[in-house]
Design a protein around this ligand. Structure first.
Ligand SMILES: [Zn+2]
Length: 320
C-alpha cells in the first residue's frame, strides 16, 4: 500500500512589512511622477514593522490619525501631504506635530500619494468620473511621457444621455459624499450637457484646457469669483463646483481596491479600510433665503460697531 501523502499545508497569509506595502504603493503611484513642488512619499514609519490594516483618507488631520488608532491600523495613506513646504519642528504643540506624535506613539506610518495619484492611470479624476457614472474619453491634460495617452490631469468624459446642467449637478450632489458646501452651479442651469471635463481638487487653473476641449461642463472644486466670472463670460461653459474633499474622496475607494488586489496577489494578511470621516473644512452652509433688496440694507447709522458681535451674518447663531 503506497504511503498516504500528507496534505500540503496551504500557505498561511502573513502580514507584509511596511517596506513591502510601500513598494506596492510606489508601483501604483510612482513618486517621480509627482509635480516638482509636491511632497509625496513616506512621512513616518518603520520599514520593518508589520502592517495588518491600512486606512485611506484624503487629509492627514488629527481626526484621521485618531481614527487609525481606534481601527488598529499601522499605515495611513492620504492624498494630501502633511508638510507640503517642509518644517523645522514636529513639536506636539503644533497641530501637525500633534499628528506626527499620535502616529509615532501608536506605531502608525503615514504615506502620501498626491499629484502622482492625480496623473496616474487610474487616477483621482478617473475615480471622480466613475463616481459620477461618466464614460471617460481621455485625459484633459495628457502626460507627454505616457505613450498610451491615458495618464495626465483631469479627464474628458461624456454622459450616457444628455442632461440639463441643473439635472447633472443634482447627480453630482447625489453621487459625491455629502458635505456642508454641497454643489454650486455657474452658467445656464437649463443648458444641455453632453460632454464634461472633471478634475478632482482645485481646478480653476485648467480653464484654458477645458475651453480647448470644447466640453459643455466642468466639474471641479475651489472655484473663485474672477476665474468663474471670466470663464462664463468667455463661453457658455457650465461649471459645477463641489467640495474639494468630496471630489477627491472617491480616489480613496479606488486606491483601497487597488491595494486590496495587490494584497490578494501576494497572499498578504492585510485589511484595507477607507475613512468616511468628512474632513472638508467647511462645517455648515446657510443658503440665502431672502431675495436681495437694496432698500433693506442697513445704513451706516444702523451698522454695528466693529466691537459688536451682532452682524447680519450672525443672525443664524453660527460663530463668525
Ligand atoms: Zn486636493
Amino acid at each position: 500500500m503506497p504511503p498516504v501523502p500528507s496534505p500540503v499545508p496551504s500557505p498561511v497569509p502573513s502580514a507584509p512589512r511596511l517596506s513591502e506595502v510601500l513598494a506596492a504603493l510606489d508601483a501604483l503611484w510612482p513618486p517621480e511622477r509627482a509635480e516638482q513642488w509636491d511632497a509625496v512619499g513616506t512621512v513616518c514609519g518603520d520599514p520593518d514593522a508589520p502592517v495588518n490594516r491600512v486606512l485611506f483618507a484624503v487629509d492627514p488631520v488629527q481626526d484621521i490619525a485618531e481614527e487609525a488608532v481606534r481601527l488598529g491600523a499601522q499605515l495611513i495613506v492620504t492624498h494630501h501631504p502633511l508638510y507640503l513646504r517642509g518644517t523645522t519642528t514636529v513639536a506636539a504643540g503644533t497641530f501637525k506635530g500633534r499628528v506626527v506624535h499620535t502616529l509615532i506613539k501608536n506605531d502608525i506610518a503615514l504615506h502620501v500619494a498626491h499629484t502622482n495619484a492625480d496623473s496616474a492611470d487610474p487616477g483621482v479624476s478617473d475615480a471622480l468620473a466613475g463616481a459620477l457614472d461618466l464614460r471617460i474619453l481621455g485625459p484633459l491634460v495628457p502626460d507627454p511621457t505616457d505613450p498610451a495617452g491615458r495618464r495626465g490631469l483631469g479627464r474628458i468624459c461624456e454622459l450616457d444621455h444628455p442632461a440639463t446642467l441643473r439635472d447633472f449637478a443634482a447627480r453630482v450632489a447625489h453621487r459625491l459624499p455629502a458635505t456642508a458646501q454641497g454643489v454650486r452651479i455657474a452658467g445656464d442651469p437649463d443648458a444641455l450637457v453632453r460632454t464634461v471635463a472633471v478634475s478632482g481638487g482645485s481646478g480653476d487653473s485648467l480653464f484654458d484646457r477645458v475651453r480647448a476641449a470644447g466640453v459643455d461642463a466642468f466639474v471641479t472644486a475651489d472655484l473663485r469669483h474672477h476665474p468663474v466670472s471670466e470663464a462664463t463670460q468667455h463661453s457658455p461653459l457650465g461649471l459645477i463646483d463641489a467640495a474639494h474633499w468630496a471630489t477627491e474622496w472617491p480616489w480613496c475607494e479606488q486606491a483601497a481596491a487597488q491595494l486590496d488586489e495587490v494584497s490578494d496577489r501576494h497572499g498578504w494578511d492585510l485589511r484595507v479600510h477607507v475613512s468616511k470621516t468628512v474632513t472638508d473644512p467647511w462645517s455648515a452652509h446657510q443658503a440665502s433665503t431672502v431675495p436681495y433688496a437694496p432698500s433693506a440694507t442697513y445704513s451706516t447709522a444702523d451698522a454695528p460697531s466693529s466691537s459688536s458681535s451682532s452682524s447680519p451674518s450672525s443672525s443664524s447663531g453660527a460663530p463668525n
